[in-house]
Design a protein around this ligand. Structure first.
Ligand code: SF4
Length: 87
């Protein structure tokens, strides 16, 4: 869809949103014609936005090992549990 929009002059460029957090190399892989790493494509779990809403650094906690291993990952899970309890 983005390719069509640019090709037909409807836009000058298209930005990539939070997908970049889970898969920063996606544009390079596409431009090089490499197969996409499908398991790294954002699945809209929203931890990257829930974390900063709870005073934690943003990142893709579910799919990126760097964030999975940070101490903030446990704090994020606790914040989500508290939010679920509060209904
Ligand atoms: S945390 Fe979820 S929404 Fe955010 S980039 Fe990762 S998969 Fe996508």
């Amino acid at each position: 869809m983005a390719q069509h929009v640019v090709r037909t002059g409807m836009a000058d460029f298209v930005g990539l949103g939070r997908l970049i957090l889970s898969y920063p190399e996606v544009a390079a892989d596409m431009l090089a014609g490499r197969p996409l790493a499908r398991k790294r494509i954002c699945r809209t779990f929203s931890d990257c936005t829930t974390a900063p809403r709870n005073g934690l650094v943003s990142g893709c906690y579910p799919l990126d090992d760097f964030y999975k291993q940070r101490e903030e990952a446990a704090l994020l899970q606790a914040a989500k549990a508290r939010s679920k309890e509060a209904g």
